[in-house]
Design a protein around this ligand. Structure first.
Ligand SMILES: [Ca+2]
Ligand SMILES: [Ca+2]
Length: 186
């Protein structure tokens, strides 16, 4: 079983993915993200960049649907999400699957937010993630500083994967990586 601290983070993660805040992950939560990025960055509706985002977000949801056992077609509930992270990630011995999952999530964030394609998430790109996912940006600067381990003012893939590992696995509320998706404590 995951601990209360782990569960709090897993629920925080679920709630930010649940764009429409109805306690279910559905396709429209993910198309909504593509739309918010499009509007935020001023991409043309139906243009190349919008289509790229729409495809990436739709594929992301379908990969989750395939990986997570769910009762209703095309819907992942909060309980199903918690059960998946608990059994298939945190308390699983399948190291390869865990690594794939981490790469999958962080790769997705790079697809969406590494706007200048330099292989790093800058402070601005990180703030974009907070805005798009409706995370309180009050915490973005604090989180960025905690995650930027080598203090070069950008987040590398490794820094984000490291943070995400802590976010998933650590039971220590003082670990910097817990802050990858902002304030998880309330
Ligand atoms: Ca970048
Ligand atoms: Ca860095």
């Amino acid at each position: 079983m995951i601990s209360d601290i782990q569960k709090k983070k897993v629920v925080h993660f679920f709630e930010l993915l649940d764009s429409h805040k109805n306690e279910h992950l559905q396709a429209d939560d993910f198309s909504e993200i593509a739309e918010r990025i499009r509007l935020g960055l001023g991409y043309e509706a139906g243009g190349e960049k919008h289509v790229f985002l729409a495809k990436k977000t739709a594929k992301f949801f379908h990969t989750l649907l395939n990986a997570i056992s769910h009762e209703n077609k095309q819907v992942i509930t909060k309980q199903e999400w918690i059960g998946f992270i608990d059994q298939k990630i945190v308390n699983s011995k399948d190291e390869e699957f865990k690594e794939e999952f981490e790469e999958f999530i962080i790769g997705f964030l790079f697809d969406l937010f590494d706007d200048n394609h330099d292989g790093y998430i800058s402070t601005d790109e990180y703030v974009d993630m907070f805005v798009v996912y409706g995370i309180d940006i009050k915490y973005s600067a604090k989180a960025f500083l905690k995650l930027d381990l080598n203090k070069d003012d950008k987040l590398s893939r490794n820094e984000l994967i490291h943070a995400f590992e802590v976010f998933l696995f650590s039971d220590d509320s003082n670990q910097p990586g817990n802050w990858i998706f902002g304030n998880w404590e309330d």
